[in-house]
Write a protein that binds this ligand. Structure first.
Ligand code: NAP
Length: 260
């Protein structure tokens, strides 16, 4: 992969020293390149993929837009995160499983005081989730559910019986984005990663709490009327981001933007 922005090569490579093709970068080098900011502050990063014509999905999945290197970066971003925040529809459609503990990130995570794998935090108002799935019954660290105070009591009970932890972060049916971040921070989670989907990401944007977007621009065109990567009501004034880095491989651009 070619780094089109930063001349400084990440250090600590196991094999294949950047700059080179991003797919050849070691996971260690990618992890260095994508490190969260130092400090105690909460940092919300999103990782999304889009086609050239703005689709965030094809046939209800993001996989047709992705590539091996995209998945390598996806895995690296998970390897760096305390928690992965994801909307319930993405969990349902993409069949989310628990995050894995990966040897490549083990030492780095231990040094950062992180558990072996990130917690998955599912945002849901209905809790219409299949609690018999491994995401709830077999995670290394209990899966969290972020919901509102008006969540159906029987579904909250079912979630807890399955082993999930339910956090209330809203007074009504839904979660208020800033309260969700505060609830995660209270539990010591400050390196936050959201993997969408678009309806959830749109709310983080609208609430002004998205710090960073890692956007893979996939060299594909889908036509149709797929969701974009962020949906919901538009913001009054477009939120402005500046580019941090752009890597390229096989026509895919792996961009990284930070809120100005
Ligand atoms: N391009 C990409 O990088 C990317 C990334 C992720 C997903 N996707 C695609 O996006 C599609 C799914 O995304 P989506 O936008 O339809 O759904 P989503 O954002 O993943 O999930 C929406 C659901 O999340 C819950 N939710 C969202 N905001 C909430 C709030 N404030 N309070 C409580 N619950 C809330 C609700 O769950 P309940 O219905 O349970 O109440 C809602 O139905 C899939 O096709 C997936 O493949 C693409």
């Amino acid at each position: 992969m070619t780094d089109m922005t930063a001349p400084a090569a990440p250090s600590g490579t196991e094999a294949g020293t950047p700059p080179g093709r991003p797919g050849e970068w070691s996971l260690d080098a990618l992890a260095d390149a994508y490190a969260y900011p130092e400090g105690d502050g909460v940092w919300l990063r999103a990782n999304m993929v889009s086609s050239l014509d703005g689709a965030g999905q094809h046939d209800g999945r993001s996989q047709p837009l992705s590539s091996d290197t995209d998945m390598r970066i996806f895995g690296t971003l998970r390897g760096l995160a305390d928690v992965v925040v994801v909307g319930a529809e993405t969990v349902r459609l993409e069949g989310y499983r628990p995050a894995r503990a990966r040897e490549a990130f083990a030492a780095r995570r231990a040094a950062a005081g992180q558990g072996p794998a990130p917690v998955i935090a599912v945002v849901s108002a209905s809790l219409d989730l299949d609690f018999s799935q491994p995401l709830f019954t077999e995670p290394l660290v209990p899966t969290l559910i972020l919901t509102g105070a008006a969540a159906p009591a029987d579904r909250v009970r079912a979630a807890r019986e399955a082993g999930a932890e339910v956090l209330v972060a809203g007074d009504g049916a839904g979660v208020e984005p800033a309260r969700a971040l505060a609830a995660l921070a209270e539990r010591g989670h400050r390196r936050l990663l959201t993997e969408g989907g678009p309806r959830l990401l749109g709310q983080f944007v609208a609430a002004g709490v998205l710090d960073e977007l890692c956007l893979t621009v996939s060299p594909t065109m889908t036509a149709g009327n797929a969701q974009r990567i962020a949906g919901g009501p538009p913001v009054a004034v477009p939120a402005r981001f500046s580019v941090v880095s752009v890597l390229e491989e096989d026509g895919f651009l792996f961009t990284r933007y930070r809120r100005v």
